[in-house]
Design a protein around this ligand. Structure first.
Ligand SMILES: Nc1ccc2ncsc2c1
Length: 247
């Protein structure tokens, strides 16, 4: 997968040199290319923003640098057609299902907005040449799209074949499509069996894998009901067995 990231703060993305994603980049599994938006400005101050039409506080990112940046980056005709991702608090909620869907894309471009946002015509103009998605990582205040892009890129990249050593763990993740759809993970434990008087639940030391799987699903249902009743309401009743309904 190719990932282009356009930002005025390229240094925000040094975490993508680390750990499993850094290893995947070095092995060629993921081709991440960072672009400083100011490269497409020509005034002395490399201006990327201006006051909003209609008045109001803050500044809006000018359309011209974005238009030229996207033109140049997408001119690479051999790479196919990219999907443009615009991280924004006003976007559709980004979910694990989106991560699974986007992990199948060959080429993603992330446009990291700052200030009050990017001139709306940038998305309209880009949509004439490629699919465009506005995605939100949650309902809180951030200063821009860089942190959200890191979140989305990590959620997608870890699903790519060869990035995670233990593919099995993906299927047991919170929200993972299939058995964990709309469920969060229950508690996890490791050695020692007793720590400061706290025992590991004996079932986990029993070696009875079917019973352990059942216990883990029970705990996932209990934790989801406690912390995310909104997800419980979304559970497909058909996906619940008799035991699930008793939990
Ligand atoms: N403030 C804020 C909240 C969510 C979000 N998602 C993508 S960019 C962004 C910015």
């Amino acid at each position: 997968m190719r990932i282009d990231i356009i930002t005025i703060f390229p240094d925000y993305f040094t975490p993508l040199d680390l750990s499993l994603i850094g290893k995947a980049r070095r092995s060629g599994l993921i081709d991440v290319r960072l672009h400083d938006l100011r490269r497409w400005t020509y005034d002395r101050h490399h201006t990327v923003d201006d006051t909003p039409y209609g008045g109001g506080p803050g500044m809006v990112m000018k359309p011209e640098p974005w238009g030229e940046a996207l033109d140049e980056i997408t001119a690479d005709a051999d790479a196919g057609t990219p999907r443009l991702i615009l991280p924004t608090p006003s976007g559709l909620p980004f979910t694990q299902q989106d991560a699974v869907r986007l992990a199948k894309e060959p080429w993603l471009i992330f446009a990291c907005g700052r200030y009050e946002g990017i001139d709306a015509r940038v998305a309209v103009d880009a949509a004439q040449r490629m699919p465009v998605e506005e995605l939100s990582i949650g309902d809180y205040v951030l200063n821009g799209g860089e942190v959200a892009t890191l979140v989305i890129v990590e959620a997608i990249s870890r699903l790519l074949p060869g990035v995670l050593g233990n593919v099995e763990s993906i299927t047991q993740d919170s929200f993972a499509p299939g058995t964990m759809d709309n469920l969060v993970e229950g508690p996890v434990y490791t050695k020692p069996p007793v720590w400061r008087g706290h025992e590991v639940p004996p079932i986990l030391l029993s070696g009875h894998h079917a019973a352990i799987d059942r216990w883990r699903r029970d705990e996932a249902l209990r934790k989801t009901a406690r912390n995310r009743p909104d997800l419980i309401r979304r559970l497909d009743p058909e996906s619940l067995d008799k035991r699930d309904r008793e939990v």
